[in-house]
Design a protein around this ligand. Structure first.
Ligand code: AMP
Length: 585
């Protein structure tokens, strides 16, 4: 009898049976598999203080499915086909942290596309750069910035890039379309975790912000790794007050908590220490994650507003409120030791858990929750799976290779290649010292990268915009050491003769003019006008920022009459200017 040999065993069942998709079906991937489990357990996912609403994982998944179908319609079949074929399609999200943002993110990921978070304090011109650079066909817009969304689309469309907007909130039904039991994961092959999941625009040393493309794995695998050192789980409740278009608000304070099944309470708007302290008093949190400037301003509020005015008993209530948190986490720039000491002291000896990483390599060094005391100034220990090299033994530029790294800079192979050494390590540009397992950040190799209020800012980006102003002859942007911001953005300018009355420029005007092109957090907060001639140059004919910066902005710059400075309107409540990870979100 002839034996029937099956054909070669190479055909996957998914090639034989109909594709499994539908309005209630999420792609087959770890992120949605995890979130669905939380939905089935009816866990609380998001509290949105500004919208006064609370949503479960079931709600958010159902709403993401609903929004996904509106997005698909708005994109049209041609773009949907591209996505299905694995092509990269980038969809903008113009929303501060909150429920609308969260649903939009999940809807885009559920579609297999990638999202581009954009700050709501972005000027139209800067947004248009993000939109065109990532070739967005669509921007999802939160209810608070509908007008801004319209301005961006008309600006960009007039310049030949067709883009439309979709408002998020009006497309969410009053009650969820699907119950958790009705939501399923596709039986198709797993969606490739290497696909682009999102783009974070970040400042580099070469001028305009580069789009760091993160894989979909960023939203799940990397998030698990980042959350691991903090022992996150579904009992956790996070107060989320940092912007979500930055790796701190997204990679450290959004996805890790979401995949852990925790609850995220979003509060957006201007940074308001009084609100935060009073909210802490009401209680219900386990974790708080922020940048050093926030911890400093909360410390100031305690010392200046609470301690002098309250009775010992009342003050103790605030101390207890700070102690409800099992973990305080901080990264993005150096945490000054007095700030660390203050919080360690009022929290019964529990230090802030510091971490170090960057947009391109999130979660690289960390002080884990279970770590115990580390030497003063230590930023952390290597995260499992991450490889680190120092250019000169136990000192020098830090080079990083990790499974959680970015995939590439958007449409810029040359920059992607240039960012790595010959062994494929990312060149961080940070000067670091190692002592046993402990790492200490000493500073940056380039004077052209500033860190202000947690944000990475390119001096060249600002210089480009300043040079475009009709009255600016020459400009040098320098970082000026500062307790509050880490670094302040200092502008040194010479003016074109007779371009301004009395050859006099006020910082206020410079900020206003630059604000048309740059988000507020990038604007100079210090100015020194150096007449109408030339800026002093070194032997090579270049401005030597390392010399000129400290010369014109010495440590006692506050006492120098020629130094103009910008301050937050501290006593006027929430500040309009905002922007430093802490101000206007
Ligand atoms: P970003 O891509 O905006 O997150 O900026 C990354 C850069 O922030 C790093 O290359 C460092 O220069 C700086 N940075 C991040 N975390 C820390 C930290 N804990 N201490 C000092 N600098 C930090």
């Amino acid at each position: 009898m002839a034996i029937l040999h099956p054909t070669a065993n190479t055909t996957d069942r998914t090639e034989l049976v109909p594709s499994h998709e539908g309005p209630n079906v999420f792609p087959n991937c770890s992120l949605f598999s995890k979130l669905l489990r939380h939905a089935r357990r009816n866990r609380l996912a998001i509290r949105d203080v500004n919208l006064s609403l609370e949503k479960t994982y079931g709600d958010i998944l159902s709403d993401a499915l609903t929004l996904r179908s509106f997005i698909a319609t708005a994109l049209g079949s041609e773009i949907i086909l591209k996505i299905e074929q694995g092509e990269e399609v980038f969809i903008g999200i113009l929303a501060a942290g909150g429920y609308e943002f969260s649903v939009a993110v999940l809807a885009v990921l559920a579609l297999g596309a990638a999202f581009v978070p954009m700050t709501v304090s972005v000027p139209v011109k800067e947004a248009s750069y993000f939109v065109t650079k990532s070739r967005q066909p669509l921007i999802l817009v939160s209810s608070e910035v509908v007008e801004l969304g319209k301005s961006i689309t008309s600006f960009v469309s007039q310049r030949g890039h067709p883009v439309s907007t979709l408002e998020i909130l009006p497309h969410l039904p009053p009650t969820p379309t699907y119950e958790p039991l009705q939501i399923v994961l596709s039986a198709n092959r797993r969606l490739d975790d290497n696909r682009a999941g999102l783009v974070i625009f970040t400042s580099g040393t070469t001028g305009r912000p580069k789009g760091a493309v993160m894989r979909r794995a960023y939203c799940h695998e990397a998030a698990l790794a980042i959350g691991e050192g903090y022992d996150l789980d579904h009992h956790d409740v996070l107060l989320h007050i940092v912007p979500v278009h930055h790796t701190t608000g997204l990679g450290t304070s959004f996805f890790p908590f979401l995949v852990a099944g925790a609850c995220i309470e979003f509060k957006r708007g201007s940074f308001d220490p009084a609100w935060i302290w009073n909210r802490w008093l009401t209680g219900g949190f386990t974790t708080f994650s922020a940048v050093p400037t926030i911890f400093l301003r909360l410390k100031w509020y305690f010392e200046r507003e609470l301690a002098p005015k309250l009775s010992a008993d009342d003050l103790n209530r605030f101390v207890q409120a700070a102690n409800q948190f099992r973990a305080f986490m901080c990264g993005s720039s150096a945490l000054p030791q007095p700030v660390q000491d203050f919080w360690t002291d009022i929290r019964g000896g529990r230090p802030i858990l510091t971490r170090y990483g960057a947009t391109e390599f999130p979660g690289c060094l960390k002080v884990p929750a279970e770590c115990g005391p580390v030497p003063e100034g230590c930023v952390g220990l290597p995260v499992p799976g991450v490889e680190l090299k120092l250019s000169d033994g136990d000192h020098g530029e830090l080079l990083v290779r990790s499974p959680y790294m970015f995939a590439k800079y958007l449409y810029d192979d040359a920059a992607t290649l240039a960012a790595h050494d010959e062994e494929g390590y990312f060149k961080t540009g940070d000067i670091v010292r190692r002592n046993g397992p402990f790492y200490f950040i000493e500073g940056r190799a380039s004077v052209d990268i500033l860190k202000s209020g947690g944000y990475k800012i390119s001096a060249l980006d600002l210089e480009r915009v300043a040079l475009g102003l009709p009255y600016v002859n020459e400009v040098a942007i320098v970082g000026v050491e500062d307790e509050e911001f880490g670094q302040r953005v200092g502008a040194i300018l010479t003016l074109k003769p007779n371009s301004l009355p009395g050859n006099d420029l006020k910082l206020e005007k410079l900020r206003q003019d630059m604000r048309k092109e740059l988000a507020s957090y990038k604007l100079p907060t210090l100015l020194r006008v150096f007449g109408t001639g030339e800026l002093p140059k070194g032997g090579t004919g270049k401005v030597q920022k390392k010399i000129l910066g400290p010369e014109l902005f010495p440590s006692n710059w506050r006492e120098i009459r020629e130094v103009q400075r910008w301050e937050r309107a501290k006593d006027k409540g929430p500040v309009e200017q905002g922007g430093h990870l802490i101000a206007r979100l």
